[in-house]
Design a protein around this ligand. Structure first.
Ligand code: DSN
Length: 435
């Protein structure tokens, strides 16, 4: 007990003394954290509101009904749409959506992972249209090209971004869709820094008789804040996680017309999961209450302003963000000219208390466990109160570490200069206002 409390304290301290630039993480309010740590975690509640398998669920019903009501408001669901709030994670939400509308063996078409897609969108190294896959990458994955269950269950076709612009090429996606006739077209993922034209993707899906699923796990909070476009009412299914830019407890939502949600509910239970995590649903609900406050829209605008300031500063220092810009909360930087791979670069930055993740980039030539990029994001530090002036400083610090790496290679990790950067990071984290 004391050991775990000690670990929690240390992690709490770490989060408040390092610069966390991982775009999929956020810092929730104490109210959200209290809800997740509540007695609601004790209750089993297989089923949906008013139709549970176990007795004693009157308050769980009240909670889930309230959560569904807030989801409707936050995401401005059309009258005939509904939601499922029980999926335990984004990958589970995606699988539940597939189980609801597909049969095993059906063709799905999602974005190539190194170009920004997600594992659960059918990640597979299957070469497309004569395109060759780096052999070492293939071997790293143990010789199996169907890496994720979504590729094992379904026939997965993946589309890529344009090699020059690193942007989605809707014409090429349309051509690929006409060729492979997927049953489900999927957008979204983890590292595409630009907005997606949901209307165009729906048109492409419709032109081949496919359904269209938009996974907005990363953008959910920005959509709720009204600062990026929403696919709700355009796509046939929208999936999202609740703990990234949405800043609620960990979990996932599936939004769709009621006809599809009925199937999704069955896909979640008994299709995929046992009982939902009611404590997390409570934490999601508290987070959604906060999203409805005017401060949240202001927060989401700041997240984007901070990311764009960071991006501008990095560009002015000679860096090339993937696609040249960011429309949202994340930036992907090609660090291959630093002389080290993404793993070493991320580890050296971490020694200076700058926390980023290594990431594949479009056209990736290196192995996934030591790729050519690093991914940066602003949701966490914006929640803790940093603004555009601090982003300028962060760009300067990242640049000085990358210059140090160019000069000293892995020796940068033990240099006095890196220790000096760490001290400057400490000056920034002193500004944090914990929530
Ligand atoms: N791991 C998440 C991310 O970092 O984007 C996606 O699953």
């Amino acid at each position: 007990m004391n050991k775990v409390l000690g670990i929690i304290k240390k992690e709490e301290q770490r989060q408040l003394t390092q610069l966390n630039l991982i775009p999929s993480e956020n810092y929730t309010s104490e109210a959200v954290r209290n809800a997740v740590g509540s007695v609601l975690m004790h209750k089993y509640s297989e089923g949906n509101v008013g139709a549970r398998y176990y007795e004693g669920n009157q308050f769980i019903d009240e909670l889930e009904e309230y959560c569904l009501e807030l989801v409707r408001k936050v995401f401005k669901l059309p009258e005939d749409w509904g939601a499922n709030v029980q999926a335990l994670s984004g990958s589970n939400a995606n699988l539940a959506a597939y189980l609801a509308v597909l049969q095993p063996g059906d063709t799905i078409m999602g974005m190539h992972l190194p170009d920004g897609g997600h594992l659960s969108h059918g990640w597979s190294y299957e070469p497309q249209g004569g395109e060759q896959v780096a052999q070492d990458t293939f071997e790293y994955l143990g010789g199996s090209n169907k890496v994720n269950i979504s590729a094992k269950l379904f026939n997965s076709i993946q589309y890529k971004t344009d090699p020059e612009t690193q942007l989605l090429d809707y014409e090429k996606i349309s051509t690929l869709a006409k060729k492979h006739k997927p049953k489900l077209l999927i957008t979204g993922g983890t590292a595409y820094p630009r907005n997606i034209d949901y209307g165009k993707m729906k048109e492409i899906a419709e032109s081949v008789g496919a359904l269209y699923m938009a996974d907005v796990a990363h953008e959910a909070g920005l959509i709720a804040g009204g600062v990026v476009p929403s696919p709700v009412g355009i796509a046939d299914i929208v999936t999202l996680t609740t703990h990234k830019t949405l800043r609620a407890a960990r979990g996932a939502l599936i939004l769709a017309p009621q006809t599809i949600i009925k199937k999704v509910n069955k896909a979640v239970l008994p299709g995929l999961q046992g009982g939902p995590f009611n404590n997390n649903i409570a934490g999601i609900t508290v987070g959604l209450e906060e999203v409805l406050l005017p401060e949240f829209a202001e927060y989401t605008q700041k997240v984007i302003n901070n990311a764009q300031t960071l991006c501008t500063e990095l560009i002015s220092r000679g860096y090339h963000p993937v696609s040249g810009w960011t429309d949202k909360h994340l930036i992907l930087i090609d660090i291959s000219d630093s002389g080290l791979g993404g793993r070493d670069v991320a580890q050296i930055l971490a020694k200076a208390d700058i926390i980023v993740n290594m990431n594949t980039i479009p056209g990736e030539k290196r192995k996934p466990n030591d790729p050519s990029g690093i991914r940066l994001g602003t949701p966490f530090v914006t929640s803790l109160g940093l603004g555009e002036n601090e982003m300028i400083k962060i760009a300067e610090l990242i640049d000085s570490v990358l210059e140090l790496i160019k000069e000293k290679g892995t020796e940068a990790a033990n240099s006095a200069e890196l220790a000096a950067v760490k001290r400057e990071v400490a000056n920034l984290t002193k500004l944090f206002k914990p929530r």
